[in-house]
Design a protein around this ligand. Structure first.
Ligand code: SF4
Ligand code: SF4
Ligand code: SF4
Ligand code: FES
Length: 570
């Protein structure tokens, strides 16, 4: 330990720790912009300046504590220096706060307000050219060159999409190698968006598409909500997590005017029925292992772009919201056509990659694309504010039948390990005829801090080795180990976003807070409270197979719910 003095207080700090951490632990707030713990420590913004006796102004984020240091975080000189640096940053930022999608969550705006800064006075260049169709949007005129996106994409997600040209005031963040974003190796995980402090990176805004469908009298609008949305949708509309219940979310969606409000959890149960049966068949046919889950389009895209040799081992199951779209459009087809209308399916997702996924031509049936539009949770929250829906005053309402019943197994799809855990619960039942002990399938030890976790279990004479990884950097490490033969596995779950969809690129943003763990706790609690914990016990799933599909992996199930992953490229 070393002894330092911060604002006159004697503080003991661990050797090697940064001044920023020492100040935070001692209860002194130091503002930051470019710093991301363990990811980005380039010291470029100089907003975290503190005064160190004998050394002058130092960036707290990349200066280590030393024995006897005397530090001040709150002098007039410190405030003036931080203010000067913020003014320089603001002078390069095209300020459009009144209409900006990040107005509530922009770290720069918050600091500008805290330091009473005026908007830039000189005319700034407009948004640079960008592929407006691509689900990831970039506005270079709002970029403050903090390099957080560069570090997040390269170090955490191992895609290295972003680079830079020039130096000093001419420095520009660009797509690495000068290629277009569509041709880069972007998996569309959206993590650079959620880690950008401003609105320089955003998800494509598809609200108008949905508003047009809602206004069209010839259209029956169907909305579905992903498992992970229920853990986060309240964050942007002022609801505490205990108030932001799934039933209140269903009510909010009805207030927006959707004709049918379905729960993607139903389709998550359907996914488990298909994927668990597929896995058993996979093992019985002794196909090359491991089989990989396919419910995360960020992971599927990453595999196709960066690890194509594993594509043939992806499950053929579509992701739950695509399954739901196919099920709704096909099973309600006669009713809708008889009424002389057409259907528009909207998915509310924690995800940016699903905006791309729903436009893949192969993910459709004879009635058209499975899903017509995907909105992120941030877009949902914006729509609710736009429509003036007072979520705090809403009653709780059920999802619509007949696709409204779901199980706790479906709810945990939203966190890392959840798909695997739900699949194991059902696969064990299918192999033995008995429900396994829930603890035997538990995967809650999986976190993005561990590259991957392995679980070994013995079911009906089968010795299985399964693994769970979240975050594409972790996925890459696992895939490299598989390539080298250093790891042998039967079944692997990969989710592109650290922590799974609860940490998804389409979730609400809180600067410098990783909320995946907290949101996962909400999903785990919903699972524990559910009277149904096994997908195969969902009564609506049983009825649906009886009425439409006969059984998992039947010819019709293959047509509606599966895809041949090898037949389409990015
Ligand atoms: S795009 Fe965002 S995260 Fe990337 S450098 Fe610019 S401001 Fe920082
Ligand atoms: S969306 Fe993900 S893969 Fe694409 S640039 Fe951003 S962080 Fe990288
Ligand atoms: S982990 Fe979830 S939110 Fe992230 S890309 Fe995959 S499906 Fe989308
Ligand atoms: S936060 Fe320390 S230099 Fe940017």
């Amino acid at each position: 330990m070393v002894n330092v003095t911060i604002n006159g207080c004697a503080v003991e700090a661990r050797e090697g720790m940064s001044l920023l951490s020492a100040c935070e632990e001692a209860g002194f707030d130091v503002p930051t912009l470019c710093f991301m713990k363990n990811v980005n420590c380039i010291g470029s913004c100089r907003v975290c300046l503190v005064e160190v006796e004998g050394q002058g102004m130092c960036a707290a984020c990349n200066t280590s504590v030393q024995e006897g240091m005397v530090v001040r975080t709150n002098t007039l000189a410190v405030t003036a220096a931080r203010r000067a640096n913020l003014t320089a940053i603001m002078s390069e930022h095209r300020t459009l706060c009144a209409t900006c999608v990040r107005q509530e969550t922009c770290a720069l705006r918050k600091l500008a307000s805290q330091f009473s800064l005026a908007d830039a006075r000189r005319e700034l260049p407009p948004k640079g050219t960008w592929d407006e169709e691509f689900p990831l949007q970039r506005d270079s005129s709002k970029c403050i060159k903090c390099m957080r996106c560069v570090a997040e994409c390269a170090k955490v997600q191992q895609c290295a999409v972003w680079g830079f040209t020039g130096a000093g005031s001419n420095l520009r963040v660009v797509v690495e190698g000068g290629s277009s974003i569509a041709e880069s190796g972007c998996a569309l995980c959206g993590q650079c968006i959620t880690h950008c402090p401003t609105a320089a990176l955003t998800a494509r805004d598809d609200i108008d598409l949905v508003v047009d469908a809602l206004a069209d009298q010839e259209v029956v609008t169907v909305v579905q909500v992903a498992p992970a949305v229920r853990a986060a949708w309240g964050e942007g509309v002022g609801l505490a997590s205990e108030e932001a219940t799934p039933a209140r979310m269903a009510a909010a969606l009805r207030r927006l005017g959707f004709d049918k409000v379905f729960d993607t959890d139903f389709a998550a149960d359907l996914t488990i029925m298909e994927e668990a049966n597929e896995f058993i068949e996979w093992v019985q046919k002794d196909k090359p292992r491991p089989m990989f889950t396919s419910c995360c389009p960020g992971w599927v895209r990453f595999a196709k772009l960066h690890y194509p040799d594993f594509v043939s081992q992806l499950s053929s199951s579509k992701s739950p919201h695509q399954m739901m779209g196919a099920v709704v459009k096909n099973s309600m087809r006669e009713e809708i056509e008889a009424a002389g209308k057409r259907m528009f399916v909207v998915s509310i997702m924690p995800c940016v990659a699903k905006k791309y996924e729903c436009a893949v031509p192969q993910l459709s049936t004879e009635v058209g694309p499975d899903v017509d539009a995907v909105l992120t949770v941030r877009e949902l929250d914006r729509m609710l504010r736009l429509a003036g829906v007072d979520c705090t005053a809403l009653p709780e309402e059920p999802f619509d039948d007949p696709l409204g019943t779901s199980t706790g197994a479906a709810t945990i799809f939203g966190r890392t390990g959840g798909v695997m855990e739900a699949a194991l619960r059902t696969a064990a039942f299918l192999l033995t005829g008995e429900n396994p002990a829930l603890d035997a399938c538990d995967t809650t030890e999986a976190t993005p801090e561990k590259p991957w976790v392995v679980k070994e279990l013995s079911v009906a004479g089968l010795d299985l080795r399964i693994a769970v990884a979240s975050g594409l950097g972790n996925a890459a490490k696992l895939l490299d180990a598989l390539r080298k033969g250093a790891e042998k596995l039967d079944f692997v779950e990969i989710m592109a976003c650290p922590g799974g969809c609860v940490g998804g690129g389409g979730q609400p943003i809180e600067f410098n807070k990783e909320l995946a763990f907290e949101r996962a706790r909400v999903l785990n609690a919903l699972d524990e409270d559910d009277t149904l914990r096994f997908s195969h016990e969902n009564p609506d799933i049983k009825k649906f197979y009886d009425r439409w599909l006969e059984k998992p992996l039947s010819p019709l199930a293959e047509t509606w719910l599966h895809t041949d992953q090898a037949t389409w490229d990015i």
